[in-house]
Write a protein that binds this ligand. Structure first.
Ligand code: 13P
Ligand code: SF4
Length: 312
């Protein structure tokens, strides 16, 4: 039997948003959303941001419950940093394929292969991988984190593209793990060249998860929230965006009067798009999808994340 809920199809976004907000107040819950979520999900959230901002916000919240509209590793970050809170992942099946390209056994093997190298883990990793790492980073602080590490050799996991971009910003020897984002990898240099021809003079802004040959063609390589600030401060009235297209909602809201084009129609993260308003409401009503981490893993992962927060 397919179970239906009061939040199933038929209700408009505005009504669902009002019900979610009322329930959040009643439950003492804060709703946070990543920049790639659907527009109507971003609009119901108390805070929308990039991975670094969301981790900081969740670490500091006074709310009893955190409703996370994003993917699993992001909700895990909230549990790691604020274990006294209940963290509900708004859509329980929303994972990150890149985070699943490495596990804790891989990290231990790479340490054996490169003795003496430190391990920097992108936050797009499971708690178990963070627990095996020396320090975490996000796309907003990766070069600063890498430069803060005392060792000269760094195993950078799991994103090989971010690793190669960071290698160009540091004198340290970066050993990249061969993971990648299935969404950002779809963006090619040809997409960038074609968009530049269509919109001459428009700045190209891309995420560091893009291929290095794409990053090389960009005017700026930035995290998602850094892109919002860049576009807000830019004198250009048209900008070309190389990241998941959910960011365009925030860009349009925060930069009125400017026009944004996504560099490829393939820039959609299917996992980020799984979260819908009906699911958010059901998750809250049933207090389902609670994210938990074994305490021994959580404590070690917390050290790696807190080292990052001390640096940047
Ligand atoms: P940001 O931290 O830049 O928002 O990126 C997260 C992510 O998953 C990019 O694909
Ligand atoms: Fe993971 Fe890429 Fe989706 Fe970000 S955009 S959550 S890295 S699959």
């Amino acid at each position: 039997m397919i179970r239906t809920s009061s939040a199933d199809v038929g209700e408009d976004s505005g009504l669902l948003q009002s019900r979610i907000k009322a329930l959040a107040k009643q439950m003492n819950a804060v709703i946070v959303s990543h920049n790639y979520q659907r527009p109507e999900v971003q609009d119901v959230a108390d805070f929308v941001g990039d991975s670094l901002e969301l981790a900081r916000r969740c670490a500091q919240t006074e709310a009893e419950i955190i409703v996370f509209c994003g993917v699993t590793f992001m909700a895990e970050n909230a549990v790691i940093l604020n274990p006294s809170r209940q963290v509900l992942l708004a859509e329980g099946t929303a994972g990150c394929p890149m985070a699943d390209m490495i596990d804790d056994v891989d990290v231990r093997e790479w340490r054996e292969r490169y003795p003496g190298a430190a391990v920097v883990a992108y936050v797009n990793t499971t708690a178990a991988v963070k627990a095996e790492s020396d320090i975490c980073c996000t796309s907003a602080n990766a070069p600063r984190v890498v430069n803060s590490v005392a060792d000269d050799e760094i195993i950078f996991v799991p994103d090989g593209n971010l690793a190669r971009w960071v290698a160009g910003q540091t004198t340290k020897k970066i050993i990249p793990y061969p993971g990648f984002c299935i969404t950002h990898r779809r963006l090619t240099p040809e997409h960038v060249r074609r968009s530049r021809q269509l919109h001459p003079g428009a700045p190209v802004v891309v995420h560091p998860e893009c291929l290095p040959e794409v990053a090389d063609l960009a005017d700026a390589v930035l995290s998602t929230s850094q892109m919002v600030r860049y576009c807000r401060d830019s004198f250009a009235d048209t900008l070309l965006i190389g990241t998941e297209m959910g960011l365009l909602h925030r860009l349009q809201k925060e930069c009125p009067g400017k026009t944004f084009f996504v560099l490829s129609p393939g820039l959609v993260c299917p996992n980020m798009k799984r979260t819908r308003l009906g699911g958010v409401l059901r998750t809250m009503e049933e207090r389902r999808n609670q994210v938990t981490i074994p305490e021994v893993v959580r404590v070690k992962a917390q050290q790696a994340l807190e080292h990052m927060l001390e640096v940047a």
